[in-house]
Write a protein that binds this ligand. Structure first.
Ligand SMILES: NC(=O)c1ccc[n+]([C@@H]2O[C@H](COP(=O)([O-])OP(=O)(O)OC[C@H]3O[C@@H](n4cnc5c(N)ncnc54)[C@H](OP(=O)(O)O)[C@@H]3O)[C@@H](O)[C@H]2O)c1
Length: 264
């Protein structure tokens, strides 16, 4: 039956940024589909909250505080995850954020600003992937799911490193998918549009009104894709990016104040 092919029972997944937002939603969804989780992020307290949610579903959740911009910490986390879980089938490179230097013009950006944006979003995914690939090769395959952004496909007013790093994530996805295609490693990417889950209801409504679909996205809509991409149902899918933005990038223009025109 087709739904059986979405089952993740017996699998283990590392989810970076599992203590909040989209990462937490993906960790919970993977656990609902049967997977055990290794939760990664810098803040132990939010990972502990996610642990409670996943354990309530009857799945394991290993908390491993890690700064994913530090390769030594990443290597130690991956070694610990493999030792504790026995196997890692899925890596979700979700950790990321804006970095420093918001609102600066290009000449004002410091080296530190550049590295904070590039490293938290792109270098981190490279470090985690580099650490897990030997284990996946040994096991005959695995899944790597990267999280980019719809702004990886277009410029973003006043922002430099974030869209650049997210475009790099899309390219990293293709590189991994291509180079390991015959080794059973499948790599895909999710590029979310606007998911301002921390905003007030009023702000969510106002942001949603400016989206092409007339509403913001919900974390579950990213989590559902993560389950699919982690599952045997996606066995032949690699190197691709799913843009989940309600049609914004499809519009081909900067979406602010833009609504689809209904003709006739
Ligand atoms: N929400 C959206 O609208 C949206 C849109 C497009 C793309 N995205 C992408 O989706 C991903 C998740 O973002 P979110 O919206 O769920 O925001 P979020 O709640 O701020 O999640 C970011 C997560 O990444 C972790 N993280 C950041 N830097 C890290 C580091 N150096 N080491 C370890 N963990 C780190 C954070 O944990 P700690 O702070 O505890 O380290 C946090 O759990 C990000 O890659 C983001 O760029 C989000």
């Amino acid at each position: 039956m087709i739904l059986d092919r979405f089952d993740l029972s017996g699998r283990s997944a590392i989810v970076t940024g599992a203590g909040s937002g989209l990462g937490r939603a993906m960790a919970i969804a993977l656990a609902q589909a049967g997977a055990d989780i290794v939760g990664v992020g810098r803040r132990r307290e939010v990972l502990e909250e996610s642990r409670g949610m996943v354990e309530a579903l009857g799945r394991r959740f290993l908390v491993h505080p890690t700064d994913v911009t530090d390769s030594a910490q990443v290597n130690a986390m991956v070694a610990h995850a493999i030792a504790e879980m026995g196997r890692i089938d899925i890596l979700i490179n979700n950790a990321g954020g804006g970095g420093s230097g918001a609102g600066k013009s290009l000449p004002e950006l410091t080296d530190e600003d550049w590295h904070s944006g590039i490293d938290s979003n792109l270098t981190s995914a490279f470090y985690c992937t580099r650490a897990i690939v030997p284990h996946m090769l040994e096991r005959g395959g695995g899944r790597i799911i990267n999280v980019a952004s719809s702004v990886g496909f277009r410029a973003m007013s006043g922002a430099w490193m974030y869209p650049i790093a997210k475009a790099g994530i899309v390219s990293l996805t293709r590189a991994i998918g291509f180079n390991y295609a015959r080794d059973g490693i499948r790599c895909s990417c999710i590029a979310p549009g606007r998911f301002p889950f921390r905003a007030t209801a009023e702000t969510k409504r106002a942001i949603g009104e400016r989206q092409v679909a007339g509403r913001i996205g919900e974390p579950d809509e990213i989590a559902a894709a993560a389950v699919f991409l982690s599952s045997p149902a996606a066995d032949y899918l690699s190197g691709e990016t799913l843009i989940i933005d309600g049609g914004v990038v499809a519009a081909g223009i900067i979406p602010f104040s833009m609504r689809p025109v209904v003709e006739g």
